[in-house]
Design a protein around this ligand. Structure first.
Ligand code: KIV
Ligand code: ZN
Length: 502
C-alpha cells in the first residue's frame, strides 16, 4: 500500500521561533516561495496573535502562496483563533492550527486547568475555529507525556468538533520510536472516530530521535509529518524535512508512503535557510551536508566506481546536490549565465538576474573559474533590503604586533563619506570605521564566520555576521575573493538592515 504522507512544514513558525533563527519579512517570503517550490502540503507561516510582525507575516504569506495550504498557529483561545482567521483571509487554502497541552505537568503548572476543563476547551475552540475556517488542525501539546486514556478522549472530542487533522507532538523530544509507534497504534484503536481525521506527528530532537520518531509514527499509521528545513526549531530543533522525506522515498518497502515533495529542491532549500539564519552547513549533515555524498576511502571509491549502489543509497542529483563543474569565466556572457542558473534550477526575476549578473562579472574579473558553488553563493547572497550605504573603497594596513588601521569610504545617496579607525585586526578596524561613518553606537557583533564557497586559492570567501542592536539580531552576508572585503560587505549588509528597519 502506498499512502500519501503529507508534509507540514513549520520552518517559518517552530523553526523561526528558535534563538538565532529569526527572519525578516523579505526573508520569510523567500522561504515561502522555496517551500512552495518544494511542494509542501502545508506551510505554517507563523503565530498570528503573537505580535503585529507575526500577523503581518502570516497575512503576506497567505496572499503569496497559491498551491500549499497556509497555517497559522493559535492557542485554544478565541482571540488567537480570530487573529489567525483574519491573517489568513487572503489564503487560497487556509488552515487554523490550534493547540492545548494535555500532559499533567503542563495542565497543572502552565495552564492551571483541570483535565475536564482542557477537554471542554478543546471541543469549544475546535468548533469555534471551524466556524471561521473549513480546515482545522488540533494539536495535543506534550502528547507523548500525556495520560493515554485522557489523550484519546481529547482527540475524540477534537475530531467530533470538526478537526480534520489531529497532531500528536513529542513537544520535548522525550519519546522513542517504539513508544511513538505504540502510541499512534493505541490512538487508532481507541479513538472511535479516528478514521475521520488524519493523524500527524510533530517531533522535537532533544534526544536526537526526531526523524526516527516521526517515521515510527508513519509506520503506525500517521498521515502527516511536521518538520522544518535543516531541522531548525525550539532547543535541539524539529524533525528535518529533508531527512524524513528522503527516508520515506528510500524505504517505500518499509514505510509504504510517499510525499509530494520535489526532492531536487531539497539542497537549495537547505542552503537558503542556512544563509538566512547565518549558519554554515555541518559537513556531515544527512542529505544536505557537503560530505553527504563524498567517498573518501579507497575501498568506498572503488566500490562506487564499480557499482554506485555499493555505498550510495541516494543519488546526489535526486536532492539537487550540485556537481562542482567549472563552467563560467570572465568571458562568459549574459546568455550563458542565465542558462546555467536555470539549469541549476533557479527561477529569478529579471531584476534579480541583473543584480546577480553584475555581481558575477565583478567576481569573474578576479577569479578565473566561477564554479556552480560560486554561482549558487552569488544567487543566495541576495540582499533583502535596498542598501542605503554602499562600499566605495577601503584601504587597510596590518602587521604583526601592531594595531591595524582601515580607511573606509561609503556612498549614501549621492554623497561619499570617509573615516578611519584603528582595530585589533583589519576586520575590527574596518568595522570601527564603518560604525563611525554610520554613527552606530549601540550595536554589537555577536557572530562572525567565514567559509570558502569552492576550492583553490582564488575561492570566494563568504562571510556571515550577526549584529545585535537592542532586541534586533540582524544577519549580514558578504561575498568576495578578498576576505576583508567580504567581511566589510557582510557588516554593511547587517547595518543596512538595521537602518532600514528602524
Ligand atoms: O512542539 C509542539 O508541541 C508544538 C505545538 C504548538 C504543535 O510546536
Ligand atoms: Zn514544536
Amino acid at each position: 500500500m502506498n499512502r500519501h504522507i503529507k508534509i507540514f512544514d513549520t520552518t517559518l513558525r517552530d523553526g523561526e521561533q528558535a534563538p538565532g533563527c529569526s527572519m525578516n519579512l523579505y526573508e520569510k517570503q523567500e522561504v515561502a516561495r522555496q517551500l512552495e517550490a518544494l511542494k509542501v502540503d502545508v506551510m505554517e507561516a507563523g503565530f498570528a496573535v503573537s505580535s503585529p510582525g507575526d500577523f503581518e507575516s502570516v497575512k503576506t504569506i497567505a496572499n503569496l502562496v497559491k498551491e500549499s495550504s497556509v497555517a497559522s498557529l493559535s492557542r485554544a483561545l478565541e482571540k488567537d483563533i480570530d487573529a489567525s482567521a483574519e491573517a489568513l483571509v487572503g489564503a487560497v487554502h487556509p488552515r487554523i492550527h490550534l493547540f492545548i497541552a494535555t500532559s499533567d505537568v503542563h495542565m497543572q503548572y502552565k495552564l492551571r486547568m483541570t483535565p475536564e476543563q482542557v477537554l471542554e476547551r478543546t471541543a469549544a475552540m475546535v468548533s469555534y475555529a471551524r466556524n471561521r475556517c473549513a480546515d482545522v488542525e488540533f494539536s495535543a501539546e506534550d502528547a507523548t507525556r500525556s495520560d493515554r486514556e485522557f489523550l484519546a478522549k481529547v482527540v475524540t472530542a477534537a475530531i467530533k468538533a470538526g478537526a480534520g487533522t489531529v497532531n500528536i507532538p513529542d513537544t520535548v523530544g522525550y519519546t522513542t520510536p517504539a513508544e511513538m509507534y505504540d502510541l499512534i497504534q493505541y490512538l487508532r484503536n481507541n479513538v472511535e472516530n479516528i478514521d475521520q481525521a488524519i493523524i500527524a506527528v510533530h517531533c522535537h530532537d532533544d534526544l536526537g530521535m526526531a526523524t526516527a520518531n516521526s517515521l515510527a509514527g508513519v509506520k503506525a499509521g500517521a498521515g502527516q509529518i511536521e518538520c522544518t528545513v535543516n531541522g531548525i526549531g525550539e532547543r535541539a530543533g524539529n524533525a528535518a524535512l529533508e531527512e524524513v522525506v528522503m527516508a520515506l522515498q528510500t524505504r517505500p518497502d518499509l514505510y509504504g508512503g510517499t510525499t509530494m515533495i520535489e526532492t531536487r529542491q531539497l539542497y537549495r532549500a537547505s542552503r537558503l535557510i542556512y544563509n538566512i539564519i547565518g549558519q554554515t552547513v555541518p559537513l556531515n549533515k544527512s542529505i544536505v551536508g557537503k560530505n553527504a555524498f563524498v567517498h573518501e576511502s579507497g575501498i568506498h571509491q572503488h566500490g562506487v566506481m564499480a557499482e554506485r549502489t555499493t555505498y550510495e543509497i541516494i543519488k546526489p542529483e535526486s536532492v539537487g546536490f550540485l556537481a562542482n563543474n567549472m563552467v563560467l569565466g570572465k568571458h562568459s556572457g549574459r546568455h550563458a549565465f542565465d542558462a546555467r542558473l536555470s539549469e541549476l534550477g533557479y527561477a529569478l526575476t529579471k531584476d534579480e538576474l541583473d543584480t546577480a549578473f553584475a555581481k558575477f562579472k565583478q567576481i569573474a574579473d578576479r577569479k578565473k573559474d566561477v564554479t556552480d558553488s560560486d554561482l549558487e553563493a552569488i544567487v543566495t547572497n541576495r540582499e533583502y533590503v535596498e542598501n542605503l550605504y554602499k562600499l566605495v573603497t577601503f584601504d587597510v594596513h596590518t602587521a604583526k604586533d601592531t594595531n591595524a588601521v582601515c580607511v573606509i569610504r561609503l556612498r549614501r545617496n549621492g554623497d561619499e563619506l570617509e573615516d578611519v579607525s584603528l582595530g585589533d585586526g583589519p576586520v575590527d578596524a574596518a568595522y570601527n570605521a564603518i560604525d563611525k561613518i554610520i554613527g552606530i553606537t549601540d550595536s554589537k557583533l555577536e557572530y562572525y564566520t567565514i567559509n570558502s564557497t569552492s576550492d583553490g586559492q582564488d575561492a570566494l570567501g563568504e562571510v556571515i555576521v550577526k549584529v545585535r542592536s537592542g532586541n534586533e539580531l540582524l544577519t549580514g552576508r558578504g561575498l568576495s575573493t578578498d576576505i576583508i572585503e567580504s567581511s566589510i560587505l557582510a557588516y554593511l549588509n547587517a547595518l543596512n538592515k538595521l537602518v532600514s528597519f528602524s
